[in-house]
Design a protein around this ligand. Structure first.
Ligand SMILES: *Cc1c(COP(=O)(O)O)cnc(C)c1O
Length: 453
């Protein structure tokens, strides 16, 4: 099932790369004895078997999907050079690829003038955005949806900025009325709008947040590490669609190519609408920059050494699958969303289950119907395990009881949670695999139905 054919393509490209250095005198590069390499690599392969099959459509649990073949190959090819995108001295070619690829991501949101770069992932990208936010509004607070990624609270603590969570509604979206009450106090520096929460794919009401931002003078940072690429999808509904259409009005945006962008881990991206924030990064390094006068990526990022290979992989992927509406890449996102809507529809019609709310992106959260919250939580875990025994991999999540209007949870408090099932249908193949997924889910449900009697 794992692609081995494309290694021939890598081999050809490697010869081409090698030919660019033909003028150099021969030397014997460190390699290693093929037999020994095979033994050790075989051991690695055996160790790696101890994983869930993230690449398979029956893996429909967490936010995991394999990189595209072109990303894998371009990354592997670049590793023979191992460029460092910290500075032009370390990665001339891949720095250029990074600038092009990042400009394409910015253009996806409608930005032609901006400042941005790649980084290790969404955590680092958000750290930079909040670091800039903290310098522009020193001493003021960072606010985010209570369902925002937990990294915002931690990053704020690293940056010694005060953080406060804003309550969400019963669909996991930030409550605008609660935000306004907070903003009136006048000590809010930045509000993080999450377009696609990690747990449920809920999209914060960005337009309302931007309006409050104007009224109360706070910055708006869009964390769309997970959801960002959905700006290209043509099958979003009402308020989610509106939020993505207005993302360009934010002060900064974070999107993770290693989540929905078909990249190997180690690829996040941060974008700032105002290129002038670049001056905040100013520093003088005596050792990194001595042979080029152009702007270095290292001068506009907090991280120093970074893999140029990540830029090569991203650039290649976007060449093969351009970031355009109605293109093949956008169609893949649309298929995942359609799969989520269809799964939601099936759950809604089936009395054995109760979905929380209609998915805004491609994440579905649901419960098995039980007579109490405690029994529901146990049953969710049992179904999760029973499904895994049938090679269907779902995820469990701990979410507010308010997300359901289930009679078994009468008068829930705002902090009460329940363990539910969660499925991220982020592979295009999930749409075609809905029937086998559903079939296994019903069998897992059936197997666990008597266990609590
Ligand atoms: C995944 C995610 C993050 C964290 O990003 P990493 O790439 O895992 O570091 C932050 N915010 C959101 C909304 C996410 O989905």
């Amino acid at each position: 099932m794992l692609d081995t054919q494309s290694l021939k393509v890598l081999s050809q490209a490697l010869e081409k790369l090698d030919s660019g250095f033909r003028n150099l005198p021969e030397f014997q590069a460190q390699g290693g004895d093929a037999e020994q390499l095979a033994i050790v690599l075989g051991a690695v392969a055996e160790k790696l078997q101890d994983n869930f099959p993230y690449f398979h459509p029956l893996y429909a649990g967490q936010m995991l999907k394999p990189p595209h073949a072109i990303a894998r190959l371009a990354y592997a090819l670049a590793m023979y050079i191992n460029p460092n995108n910290h500075a032009l001295d370390g990665g001339r070619a891949t720095s250029a690829l990074e600038k092009e690829a990042v400009a394409e991501i910015a253009a996806m949101f409608g930005w032609t003038e901006f400042l941005g770069h790649l980084c290790g992932g969404g955590t680092m990208a958000n750290l930079e955005a909040l670091w800039v936010a903290g310098q522009i509004h020193p001493g003021k607070k960072i606010l985010a949806n209570e369902q925002a990624h937990y990294t915002h609270k931690r990053i704020s603590s690293v940056l010694q900025l005060e953080f406060e969570a804003v309550p969400c509604d019963e669909r996991g979206k930030m409550e605008l009325s609660a935000l306004e009450i907070r903003a009136k106090k006048g000590d809010v520096g930045t509000v993080v709008a999450t377009l696609g929460t990690t747990a449920t794919g809920s999209v914060d009401p960005l337009v309302g947040i931007l309006e409050l931002g104007k009224r109360y003078g706070f910055r708006v940072h869009v964390d769309t590490a997970y959801g960002g690429y959905f700006v290209l999808a043509s099958n979003l509904a009402g308020s989610a669609k509106q939020a993505f259409e207005n993302a360009h009005r934010a002060d900064s945006i974070v999107v993770d190519p290693h989540k929905h962008g078909l990249q190997p881990y180690g690829c996040g991206c941060v974008l700032f609408r105002d290129p002038a924030v670049g001056k905040l990064y100013k520093h003088e390094s005596p050792y990194t920059y001595f042979s080029s006068v152009e702007l270095h990526l290292g001068e506009i990022s907090l991280e120093c050494s970074r893999p140029g290979a990540a830029a090569a992989a991203l650039w290649a992927t976007q060449k093969l699958l351009p970031l355009v509406r109605n293109g093949e890449f956008a169609k893949g996102l649309e298929a995942g969303r359609e799969a989520a809507l269809q799964l939601y529809g099936r759950l809604l019609k089936d009395s054995r289950f109760e979905p929380a709310f209609e998915p805004e992106l491609d994440i579905v959260v649901f419960l098995p119907r039980e007579e109490s919250r405690e029994k529901t939580s146990i049953r969710s875990r049992n179904i999760f395990a029973a499904a895994a025994r049938r090679d269907l991999h779902l995820a469990v999540a701990e979410l507010p009881v308010r997300f359901w209007n289930n009679a078994a949870f009468a008068n829930p408090s705002s902090t009460e949670t329940v363990t539910c099932l969660r499925s991220v249908l982020m592979k295009p193949e999930h749409l075609e695999w809905l029937e086998p997924i559903w079939d296994r889910l019903l069998k897992a449900d059936n197997e666990t139905s008597s266990a609590l009697a």
